[in-house]
Design a protein around this ligand. Structure first.
Ligand code: 3H9
Length: 697
């Protein structure tokens, strides 16, 4: 049974207890131990029921993802689950924490299911580019209403205990927090009532109406944005409805194996582990983060208010400063409204909103009110002079040891820190708009930032349920620096002949949530315009500078907020329509520059976009701005809409080959030798036959 599984028998009830921290993944050793424990229990004539239970914080969280890609070793999970289902005495899954993926499939193989309050149940395989491959797609629709089963499997989102009970996934919710005791008590009741094993595989499968199937197929395809696993999940569910159970299992297995071999699942598994590794920082490993309870926010615009809301939703106390009473009242109204939206979305109860606003939030016009704060985040206008003034004043009023953070998205953090007498306490906390929604937080580390201030930035991100990435100081840090570069490639393509609409179409086809021109319109074209003006003095005079984006801004076309940008937004519903006037402006610029437009196909658009992104990302890693390639991937996945199923730009580059990226760059170099220069790190790795992943240690 090994040392991870232990078996006890008390008054006819066998308890198979698994203990494989941290999340009870179903590793080879666990599967073998579980099988041996089950067999030993069933071989004992005294056993009248078996309870499967996990120690620690959770029931099984799924197959052991670290074993994927290695040679599979028996016992295989589907066989083990069939053995559980075939047991001649009732088997009860007693659950707490999470019952996910293969873990929930074990529970579906059991005959009865009990869980304590707060347990979450889900089949998240789709988010790893897989489908539930141990009978989940065949058993769930036999227990659950068919549409709910299909959505749970294709969407991968877990359900909570009460929903699980009402949908028929579990038989009861325990009255205590002790899952094992609940399982044993349930087992005793079942025996007393003379209950037999109840095998889900023997139940008839619930069916989807044709209209429901059509609707679910359409919504799944839309949400997939080019990923294949969600539709494969649906195919497996359809097999459950049309084939006998055993045949359905075979179909599920075949689909699972195809997905397991796909680039998509490798990319998604990379993303899963990258998001966990990104928080592992050598510099902050042995230090304790500083306690953060009271937060100050300077500036109540969209960003400041979003930051305040993010902190309030995580139970922090917030004081927000604005320059005068009118601005403070406006900021308070925005915060109230954002919290109201959280109520509408079911994230917060209306009474909680009132309680938060009454007890944990206040505005001020006076920096002295930041005296007790543990952390103050500046989110004022993106101007060095304004930021310097704010930090000079914060330095005077904040208590020693308080962390002073800037939300700057481009500016030099070291110059900001130099305005204080405590540069060791200054960090960048670069939130993404809307700050209470977007998952990414760049923690920018200045030349003198103390390790415990860095650790505090990461601890704060965790509290705010965000993914933090460590970034060094440079113009734009990781994400915006790379964005600035590939934006130039995008503008360059348009100048060379592509229409902005064709570029957006090609890139959404590649899997991006939105094309770059639609994103520009959403963010406001004036932001990029201001940035280009700021950087104008550093521009190479020989560089081919596209002016059409500036022309649009000069015409007051700032994007969605002004009703026109690259697209026209006329109906108020946010629908975007291409605009011939934009094409005329671009055509006029080409003519003035003597450029004969040529056709640039979808494939070429994607190659240029990706080559520019990967090339700058390689410089960002080479310059030490990002610690590892995986930090770039996590940044682009969580802040820039990069398709998760492609794993991030560095993983994508490894997938298609660094040589290929270099060849593309040298092909484009012939057209524009200033812009297309290969990054030294990219050249070195390609020459050594290595991948970006080889640097992800
Ligand atoms: C599957 O089941 C396939 C089957 O259908 C068919 C098979 C034939 N394996 O996230 P955390 C590690 S596919 C290995 O920080 P939390 C994780 O890397 C699987 N390791 O904790 C981290 O390690 P480290 C379907 C795993 O409390 C540590 O555990 N299941 C696994 O924030 C702590 O993780 C899933 O997709 C695993 N399955 O969240 C569930 N899971 O400390 C995936 C975690 O070295 N897991 N680790 O960095 C999760 O969603 C979250 O980890 C969970 C806990 C919600 C469980």
């Amino acid at each position: 049974m090994g040392n991870l599984v232990n078996l006890t028998l008390d008054d006819g009830i066998a308890v198979v207890r698994v203990d494989n921290p941290p999340v009870n993944a179903l590793s080879h050793a666990v599967r073998a131990g579980l099988r041996d424990g089950l067999r030993a229990a069933l071989n004992n004539p005294q056993t009248s029921a078996v309870v499967i239970f996990c120690a620690g914080r959770s029931f099984f969280s799924g197959a052991d993802i670290r074993e994927f890609g290695q040679r599979p070793q028996a016992p295989f999970l589907p066989d083990l689950i069939s053995e559980i289902e075939a047991a001649p005495v009732p088997v009860i899954a007693a659950m707490h924490g999470n019952a996910l993926g293969g873990g929930l499939e074990v529970a579906l193989g059991a005959h009865y299911r009990v869980a304590v309050k707060g347990t979450r149940f889900g089949l998240p395989e789709v988010s790893l580019g897989l489908l539930p491959g141990a009978g989940g797609t065949q058993r769930l629709p036999r227990l659950f209403p068919a549409a709910d089963a299909a959505r749970l499997i294709t969407g991968g989102k877990p359900v909570e205990t009460h929903a699980a009970l009402s949908l028929g996934l579990i038989d009861r919710i325990g009255s205590s927090n002790d899952a094992c005791a609940e399982g044993v008590a349930f087992a005793r009741e079942l025996i007393a009532a003379g209950k037999e094993p109840r095998r889900v595989g023997s139940l008839p499968c619930n069916q989807l109406e044709p209209a429901e199937l059509e609707a679910i197929t359409a919504e799944t395809a839309k949400a997939a944005r080019g990923a294949t696993a969600p539709l494969a999940c649906l195919e497996a569910v359809k097999a459950a409805m049309t084939l006998p159970f055993g045949e359905g299992l075979k179909k599920e297995r075949a689909l699972f194996q195809d997905l397991m071999a796909s680039d998509e699942s490798k990319a998604l598994i990379h993303a899963f582990f990258a998001e966990r590794q990104v928080g592992k920082l050598p510099e902050a490993e042995s230090v304790e983060p500083r306690a953060i309870r009271r937060v100050g926010v300077v500036g109540g615009g969209t960003m400041g208010a979003g930051i305040a809301v993010s902190a309030l939703l995580s139970g922090l106390d917030v004081t927000l400063a604005e320059r005068d009473e009118a601005a403070a009242a406006k900021a308070a109204a925005s915060v109230g409204q954002m919290l109201g939206n959280a109520v509408d979305r079911g994230k917060l109860a209306g009474t909680q909103r009132e309680a938060i606003l009454a007890a944990s939030f206040r505005t001020t016009t006076c920096f002295e009110d930041f005296a007790p704060a543990d952390l103050v985040i500046e989110a004022v206008f993106e101007s060095m002079d304004v930021k310097k003034d704010v930090f000079t004043r914060l330095d005077q009023v904040c208590r020693p040891g308080a962390i002073l953070a800037s939300n700057t998205s481009y500016l030099d953090l070291n110059a900001i820190a130099a305005m204080t007498s405590r540069p060791q306490d200054v960090i960048g906390l670069h939130f993404f708009s809307p700050a209470h929604v977007m998952r990414l937080l760049e923690v920018v580390v200045g030349a003198e930032t103390a390790p415990d201030a860095v650790a505090s930035g990461f601890a704060l991100a965790k509290r705010l349920k965000k993914v933090a990435v460590r970034a060094g100081v440079c113009d734009g840090f990781i994400g915006n620096r790379i964005l600035s570069h590939y934006s130039k490639a995008v503008y360059g393509m348009v100048l060379a002949g592509a229409s902005p609409y064709a570029v957006d179409r090609a890139l959404t086809g590649f899997g991006l949530a939105m094309g770059p021109f639609a994103v520009g319109d959403l963010a406001g074209l004036d932001i990029g315009w201001a940035n280009r003006k700021r950087l104008a003095r550093y521009r190479d005079p020989h560089e081919l500078y596209p002016e059409f984006a500036d022309r649009l801004c000069e015409l007051g076309r700032f994007g969605r907020k002004s009703g026109r940008g690259f697209y026209i937004y006329e109906d108020g519903a946010g629908r975007a329509r291409p605009d011939p006037e934009v094409e005329e402006i671009i055509a006029a610029e080409r003519a003035a520059k003597g450029i004969t437009p040529r056709s640039i196909g979808e494939k070429d658009i994607i190659s240029r976009y990706m080559a520019a992104m990967v090339n700058e990302a390689a410089r960002v890693v080479g310059d030490g701005i990002a610690l590892r390639p995986l930090d770039v991937d996590v940044t682009l996945l969580n802040g820039y809409g990069f398709p998760r199923w492609r794993g991030g730009p560095m993983h994508y580059a490894d997938t298609i080959g660094l040589d290929q990226i270099l060849q593309d760059i040298s092909r484009f170099h012939e057209e524009d030798p200033i812009f297309w220069q290969p990054a030294p790190l990219l050249e070195r790795l390609a020459a050594e036959g290595r991948t970006f992943a080889s640097l992800n240690t």
